[in-house]
Design a protein around this ligand. Structure first.
Ligand code: FHN
Length: 428
């Protein structure tokens, strides 16, 4: 693929790499059983039995404006909502199916309300769209097969039949791109086994996407999954390799680079508890401290964090999620300069934490309790001054007591000057 392709990808993702922190929202019929979004497959729920959730779905407390305020106050700059997950239920008013929110008791176009509310709060907006579809009669999963995505008999047996599904899938993506205003992200999910790339007619799909919304950024899962990355990691990315890699429930040890070592846009998608969809009994929520540390780690490696919430069947984000997000937002209100617009610092990771960098500003995230001054090893005289970002207070930068031994070291200390054991600048 040409440098122009890479250059266009760089231009498209400029806002994405600046914003760094987004909200992932997995919501749909599976919020009623409240055992995660794979419940139909894992528990082998038949189409008939799963239909009960369609018949009763009526999220009366769905207030996307409240969701948008929550995301904004948490310091999130963009949000991605499931427009359709693997169960095939559409949260938007698709003309290609009746298996949609506007045909349930709520009668609402949940996607349109989400987009309007989050745009009104100034957030960028994205839609997740499942390539798999356990409901559509022409998708291999038709019928009640456990882990249907792994069982592709229908495709092998009758590609024509699967082609009918692909026309449906492409048609719905076109609906989302042409009837819901300017979108910022399309988050496809996911390729697997032999189902990747042209098996989805991905070139045709990407050409349509680029024609309809050329600025839109797309993830890499038209040819990849959460575990594998696809050609975006290579020097020859395909047309449908996507604009960013999407490691899932992990933060890559050294960030994400192509096979030439060039950093490429990436976003770690991570759940707040252990479920993407609402899990009523899943109380394994990460603390705000953990979320902040993971956000710092992503940015220190040139990546984004897409943090997931799973609203309940009433349409509300769980209180435990709200509590964590509020605390993260408080930290970002005071320390967001060290996250937004920042990236890796091209310095060895210090023992005490991580660096992020923006231009000539270096942010030292001291994550380990330090005994005495914090060593900015290797930075020596390059550090002109230090300030505590949260309140702007001065931190004295000192040189080691035997500078000859540590010529490239500099230290700063959170303690007040009288606690210093080193000569203060004016005493040198
Ligand atoms: O199977 C899905 C899963 O339900 C969830 O949507 C995640 C989010 O990235 N993607 C797939 C698993 O990789």
């Amino acid at each position: 693929m040409s440098q122009t392709f890479i250059q266009q990808r760089t231009e498209r993702t400029e806002w994405f790499l600046r914003d760094r922190f987004g909200m992932f929202i997995h919501w749909g019929l599976y919020a009623i059983p409240a055992r995660g979004e794979w419940v139909r497959s894992v528990e082998r729920i038949s189409s008939e039995d799963y239909r009960q959730y369609f018949d009763e779905f009526n999220p009366e407390r769905y207030d996307p404006k409240a969701w948008a305020r929550t995301a904004k106050e948490a310091g999130m700059k963009y949000a991605v909502l499931t427009a359709k997950h693997h169960d095939g239920f559409c949260l938007f008013d698709s003309k290609l199916t009746d298996y949609k929110s506007t045909r349930t008791a709520c009668g609402r176009d949940l996607v349109r309300e989400f987009l309007d509310a989050f745009r009104a709060e100034g957030l960028k907006v994205g839609l997740y769209y499942s390539l798999l579809d356990w409901h559509h009669p022409d998708y291999p999963a038709y019928g009640d097969r456990i882990h249907p995505m792994r069982d592709n008999e229908a495709y092998k047996r009758d590609p024509e039949r699967f082609g009918v599904y692909l026309d449906y899938m492409h048609g719905q993506v076109r609906e989302l791109l042409t009837e819901y205003g300017k979108l910022d992200i399309m988050w496809f999910d996911f390729s697997y086994d032999g189902m990747k790339g042209e098996k989805w007619r991905a070139t045709e799909l990407m050409e349509m996407i680029r024609a309809q919304q050329p600025h839109l950024i797309v993830d890499n899962r038209l040819e990849a999954s959460g575990e594998e990355g696809g050609s975006i990691y290579t020097e020859q990315p395909s047309l449908y390799s996507g604009d960013f890699a999407s490691p899932e429930q992990i933060i890559p040890p050294r960030g994400v680079t192509d096979d030439q070592g060039n950093s490429i846009p990436w976003e770690a998608c991570i759940t707040l508890n252990n479920n993407w969809g609402y899990g009523a009994n899943d109380l394994t929520y990460k603390s705000a401290k953990t979320v902040i540390r993971k956000l710092v780690e992503c940015v220190s490696k040139n990546g984004n964090l897409l943090l997931n919430v799973g609203p309940d069947a009433a349409g509300e984000i769980p209180q435990r999620s709200l509590t964590v997000l509020a605390e993260v937002g408080e930290w970002l209100r005071r320390n967001g300069d060290s996250i937004y617009g920042c990236g890796e610092a091209d310095l060895p990771k210090p023992d005490w934490g991580r660096y992020t960098r923006k231009g000539n500003k270096l942010y030292a995230h001291v994550l380990e309790e330090s005994v005495g001054p914090v060593n900015l090893a290797g930075l020596g005289d390059r550090v002109q001054r230090a300030r505590l970002l949260a309140d702007g207070s001065e931190l004295f930068v000192t040189r080691p007591w035997n500078a000859k031994l540590y010529p490239d070291d500099a230290f700063f200390n959170f303690a007040q000057p009288e606690h210093f054991t080193y000569p203060l600048p004016d005493e040198r």
